[in-house]
Design a protein around this ligand. Structure first.
Ligand SMILES: NC(=O)c1ccc[n+]([C@@H]2O[C@H](COP(=O)([O-])OP(=O)(O)OC[C@H]3O[C@@H](n4cnc5c(N)ncnc54)[C@H](O)[C@@H]3O)[C@@H](O)[C@H]2O)c1
Length: 345
């Protein structure tokens, strides 16, 4: 039987989810709900079979609807997701999952209590390139991962409800969470606001993970050029993932260093560093649109009652880091994170 879906919010990102749910053969999209009639009007010609409404109540009261997809501003996620779970609907909610970790905790507990699927749209986790990198890391090809370095900058749309960390860093934090199976223990964030509203439009995050990996994230809405790049260093290999490279998004470098401290003839120890400069390989990967794979996964999890890769706990882990980063931006001090969220995979 088809999963009956309602999509809430059809601003910038919502139409991408509407299209992917609409095209999934196991799904029937019965509603799109938005508070702004002009946003709904744009969909009418393309999706004549979908009911367009501004009443969330109407959606929740419809017993045909099995799942609700929430693509509204961050501050609305908690209320809308909680109401959906209380009404017995499965939920896919946009990143970042909620405005606070307390809200994430509440949703995770509620979904578990009700036996409902709660999933977060951490889109990059479903990207073929990220999945390929994950399989290479898990095979042990990279050796031990030692650093994660990401740059996500452009002349971005200044948001008025969240800063650049909450807007852009969830992509990299969720990718790191998926690729490197370790929780951050501390985060130090610096940033600045340049338009006088106190909302940071440039920020740098430095993190240390439980397993000793260090990470650095550079996020900005104030860059003249667009860069979407993640660099991961392992003891054996290193990878560059450039999402804007049309032909070779992943490049795996057989490069590294080896350090030794042999004894000299005078009995002293001298550190020697050897460089290994090997080949570069650009592997092929599954080019399926990330949202298509994500929608399939959501449907699969509902049908088979399995836990999504990006479940509520993954959403919670990301929000905990965002909260700590905001505190660090305010205080100028590094913030420690208790490692309580736990890995759910
Ligand atoms: N995964 C990604 O790559 C990605 C990309 C962009 C945005 N997002 C996320 O998607 C969400 C929406 O972002 P956006 O850029 O589309 O915002 P947007 O402002 O363009 O659209 C939000 C829409 O939600 C509607 N809305 C607000 N409150 C509502 C309510 N209570 N009921 C029904 N509709 C309501 C608004 O009228 C608007 O049309 C955010 O959480 C954002 O972080 C994710």
């Amino acid at each position: 039987m088809a999963i009956n879906v309602a999509v809430i919010g059809c601003g910038y990102w919502g139409p991408n989810l509407i299209r992917n749910f609409y095209e999934n053969p196991e799904v029937e999209v019965s509603y799109v709900c938005d508070l702004m009639p002009e946003k709904l009007a744009k969909l009418a010609r393309r999706y004549p079979t979908i009911k367009l409404t501004n009443s969330y109540d109407e959606v929740l009261k419809d017993s045909k609807v099995n799942a609700v997809v929430i693509v509204t501003p961050v501050f609305t996620h908690f209320k809308l997701a909680k109401e959906a779970l209380l009404a017995g609907k499965h939920v896919l909610v946009e990143k970042p999952m909620c405005s606070t970790s307390a809200e994430c905790h509440e949703l995770v507990a509620l979904a578990e209590e009700k036996g409902l699927t709660l999933m977060v749209d951490h889109t990059f986790v479903y990207h073929g390139a990220v999945r390929k990198i994950k399989s290479e890391i898990d095979k042990g090809d990279f050796g031990d991962v030692v650093y994660f370095d990401s740059t996500r900058i452009n002349l971005g749309l200044h948001q008025n409800d969240v800063n650049v960390v909450w807007d852009l860093a969830p992509h990299d934090l969720a990718t790191m969470d998926y690729l490197i199976n370790s929780n951050p223990v501390s985060v130090h964030a610096t940033g600045a606001s340049h338009i006088g509203n106190g909302i940071e439009d440039i920020a740098y995050l430095s993190l240390t993970l439980e397993n000793g990996v260090i990470a650095h994230l550079n996020v900005s809405w104030l860059s003249p050029v667009k860069i979407r790049r993640i660099l991961i260093g392992g003891t054996r290999k290193m990878v560059v993932y450039d999402d804007l490279d049309p032909a070779e998004k992943i490049k795996i470098y057989d490069k590294g260093i080896k350090s030794e401290e042999p004894q000299t003839s005078e009995g002293r120890h001298e550190r020697l560093i050897q460089y290994r400069i090997g080949d570069m390989r650009a592997p092929v990967f599954d080019m399926t649109e990330a949202l298509k794979a994500e929608v399939e996964h959501f449907v699969d999890c509902i049908k088979n009652k399995t836990t999504p890769v990006t479940d509520g706990r993954a959403g919670l882990r990301v929000v905990k880091i965002l909260e700590a980063a905001n505190l660090s931006l305010k205080t100028g001090q590094p913030q420690s994170l208790e490692v309580a969220a736990g890995k759910s995979k």
